[in-house]
Design a protein around this ligand. Sequence first.
Ligand code: 13P
Ligand code: ZN
Ligand code: NA
Length: 280
Amino acid sequence: PRCPTKQLLDDAEKGGYAIGAFNVYNMEGVEAVISAAEAESSPAILQIHPGSLKEGGLPLVSCCLSAADRAQVPITVHFDHGSSKSDLLDALEMGFDSVMADGSHLPFDENIMYTKFISSLACEKGILVEAELGRLSGTEDGLTVEEYESKLTDVAQAEKFMDETKVEALAVCIGNVHGKYPPGGPNLKLDLLKELRELTMKRGVSLVLHGASGLSQDLVKECINLGVRKFNVNTEVRSAYLESLKKPQKDLVQVMASAKEAMEVVISEKMHLFGSAGKA
Ligand code: 13P
Ligand code: ZN
Ligand code: NA
């Protein structure tokens, strides 16, 4: 069934594991997440990025909501990277369980105002708000942030930000990247993560890490030990989908079924890695 995102994240905090939030674009994606979650007895988050919301609209959101309602395990539906007020206002009306108010492109004070505005509206509806501090580099659904524009999360800012905005989840930038990591592999600042974790824990705020595609098993485990409770995964699942389309198949139903299966394999692996398998 559907449940509040806060509950999934709080349960993960109690159990010392993390929830996978998987970006979906269509029905195959939604079904892949639900089948994997049911097969692994894992809670999961279905998330929709503004790019896919623009394409899929309310039918895509309804597909997520009804699949979540019908699921045998707890599932929530999240709006990812809401970097415009109008998208977020729409999302708050569409029935999402949680939204990301992404003001990371704004100067610090404006990010506070932006997040506060959304947070006050969401709060009335019992919708959880995630925000981002710092700025992630990399590419997601056509939007590229160059490495020189990226910024690590500042500890003093994080403290002020959480106290003023009252967000319930915070996405941090510790060297994580949307999409592929550079040839040397990820360079995550785990000391910074530890400092941020102390601040979020005191306030009951859930720690979120974007850019989880491409992180090694060891790094994921360390991040979970240091308090990460939600990992965003897009690229690896999307690549599995695209790879499966290269197989020579003529029957469209077969094409869709193999795409779903290919995504499901990756999603199941992540659920084991995040420790959410067996927790539903
Ligand atoms: P990846 O594409 O690196 O998995 O990042 C996903 C993400 O952060 C979605 O918000
Ligand atoms: Zn992201
Ligand atoms: Na990544």
